[in-house]
Design a protein around this ligand. Sequence first.
Ligand code: CA2
Length: 178
Amino acid sequence: MHHKFIIGSWPPPRNPALGRNGAQCYRAMMAAPLVTVLNGPNLNLLGTRQPEIYGAGTLDDLETLCAETAEGLGLAIDFRQSNIEGELISWVHEARGRAAGIIINPAGYSHTSIALMDALLAVDLPVIEVHISNIHTREAFRHHSYVSRAAQGVICGLGFAGYRLALIALSDILEEDQ
Ligand code: CA2
């Protein structure tokens, strides 16, 4: 059987010759699918304040955790943080046609941004929303996230591990979509 790889199309056609458990093998042969990992406002302060809520790790530590997890899953990541709503929205647009999925901690914009929600809905990529803290045990204004409407799944309250779990979930979703 002949298998064609169409440049720029995701997912690339799967080669059945690799068998059922061929995902890692398959990914080793292909360019690693890219996952855009976006972090919203004030997350650059991780590790400097409020460790009782957000832990002691820094944003760099979080990027390292994501990069190592992604590598083990045969994924590549583009990890970014911005304090600017419009910049996050532009990065969501940029992910279209480039990334296989998006992991996003929209931080404070979760609770306010219809524009970010609209952007995530528009790009038609699998989205996992992550919060380090449990937003449901905190102030009432944190209980609702506009972004959740655009997310296939939401993880909160598990600290940095939530990002690792989001990458695993996205890896499974991408495999199912093939
Ligand atoms: O738990 C999360 O991940 C949040 O998305 C974090 C946001 C908050 O507005 C959401 O309700 C829940 C806040 C990010 C601020 O991060 C800081 C980290 C260290 C020190 C100060 C702020």
